[in-house]
Ligand binder design. Structure first.
Ligand code: NAD
Length: 359
């Protein structure tokens, strides 16, 4: 199934509006989800629509929430997302960090109780578009999925980490889950999309697996609580340590709560994000910094590839290529993903005439 960006955005926005969000929020959620598909992170794209709608119906995420700024100093803020959609409350928290850093040169904003905020890289891109360097430590309270280095039991979330640096030619955006693969990549693989590496998951007996059943069990609803295994932390002890720090900064420091056994009273999955923003022109000439960075990028990329025909890529390069290609050709979706979105559309009352035809 190949669908144009405009058609997919409009269809997804209609689903959210029918399910009870305002038109503005529906368009915003659709915009961020389709942007994730556009940059090639299908795990954080429209494959999430059925789960988001389920959470909305169950009251686990709330429509059209106005976040509350509970601490506000010239350089620091704590923002409570009050379980609103991440696509609504996170940009407000990020804009606050941007405004403070623009005024003061440096800022830090702790966001807690945000609904799923999607790609952490979106927020580094937003800051970079405003001319700022940013660093984001994110945790996922209520989503216990990842085994720490040396362990088999789940003790971490997929806790993403992102950094952005603005440059005149394009921003540099580093953005990844601290797990070997993001949970959404397991979801995509279980729905017929790209297969997992054979060592992405770990079974209770300590053997590695690339089979999504290890995480979800045989149950068709893809609920990770039904699986017995875990996703592995990335990068051996170093990746596991970074994930740990995402829990401490994104979970403990923000007040979002670290991941752990599900809290029955809340029963929600919330993102916490500790973000730091820097205005580079306070440190010196941004033109000179960009020249030094570009010289280094050329040097970095000039390394001889390890494999014939290989290529050295910088952070954000894969996503920029995907954005150009999918923007022109459309977004490819596996049949299973498309089928689950169409089923959700019907559930919220969209008639067949309102469902785009597969191409
Ligand atoms: P990934 O493994 O694809 O890594 C992406 C990063 O690696 C990017 O910075 C990319 O530019 C870089 N990269 C990719 N291929 C490269 C190559 N060949 N050479 C050099 N650099 C390369 O990403 P992931 O870990 O699967 O994460 C996917 C998305 O999931 C991210 O956007 C992340 O923020 C998001 N996520 C969100 C949550 C949440 O709770 N909101 C949780 C986990 C992950």
């Amino acid at each position: 199934m190949l669908i144009t960006v405009a058609e997919l955005k409009s269809f997804v926005a209609t689903i959210f509006a029918k399910a009870g969000t305002s038109e503005a929020e529906a368009a915003r959620i659709a915009g961020y989800l389709v942007e994730a598909n556009l940059v090639g992170h299908d795990s954080h794209g429209v494959v999430r629509v059925p789960r988001y709608i389920q959470w909305l119906n169950e009251g686990k995420v709330l429509a059209d929430v106005t976040p509350e700024t509970v601490v506000d100093t010239p350089v620091l803020a704590v923002v409570d997302g009050k379980f609103g959609f991440g696509q609504t409350v996170t940009p407000i928290a990020v804009q606050l960090g941007i405004d403070k850093a623009k005024a003061m040169g440096l800022s830090a904003v702790a966001l807690r109780n945000s609904g799923h905020l999607g790609r952490a890289g979106d927020w580094a891109e937003m800051a970079a578009a405003a001319g700022l360097i940013s660093i984001h430590y994110v945790n996922v309270q209520g989503s216990l999925l990842v085994a720490p280095f040396g362990g088999v039991d789940r003790r971490l979330s997929t806790a993403p980490y992102a950094m952005g640096v603005p440059l005149p030619n394009r921003p540099l955006i580093l953005d990844f889950a601290t797990s070997h693969v993001a949970e959404g990549k397991v979801l995509v693989a279980s729905r017929g999309g790209k297969k997992l590496p054979p060592d992405a998951l770990i079974r209770p007996d300590g053997t590695f697996s690339g089979d999504p059943v290890t995480l979800y069990g045989e149950n068709p609803d893809r609920n990770p609580e039904n699986g017995e295994g875990a996703i592995r932390a990335f990068g051996l002890h170093k990746g596991s340590g970074l994930a740990f720090m995402c829990e401490i900064l994104g979970g403990a420091l923000t007040g979002n709560g670290t991941c752990g056994p599900r809290d029955g009273a809340r029963g929600r999955i919330t993102n916490g994000m500790m973000s730091f923003y820097i205005r580079p022109d306070v440190l010196g000439s941004v033109e000179e910094m960009a020249e030094r960075a570009e010289r280094y990028i050329a040097f970095y990329k000039s390394s001889r590839p390890a494999e014939p025909g290989g290529e050295i890529l910088i952070p954000g390069e894969v996503e920029n290529r995907s954005r150009a290609e999918r923007g022109a050709k459309g977004v490819p979706l596996p049949d299973d993903t498309w089928g689950s979105i169409v089923a959700t559309a019907r559930e919220v009352g969209i008639a067949d005439a309102g469902i785009p035809k597969a191409a």
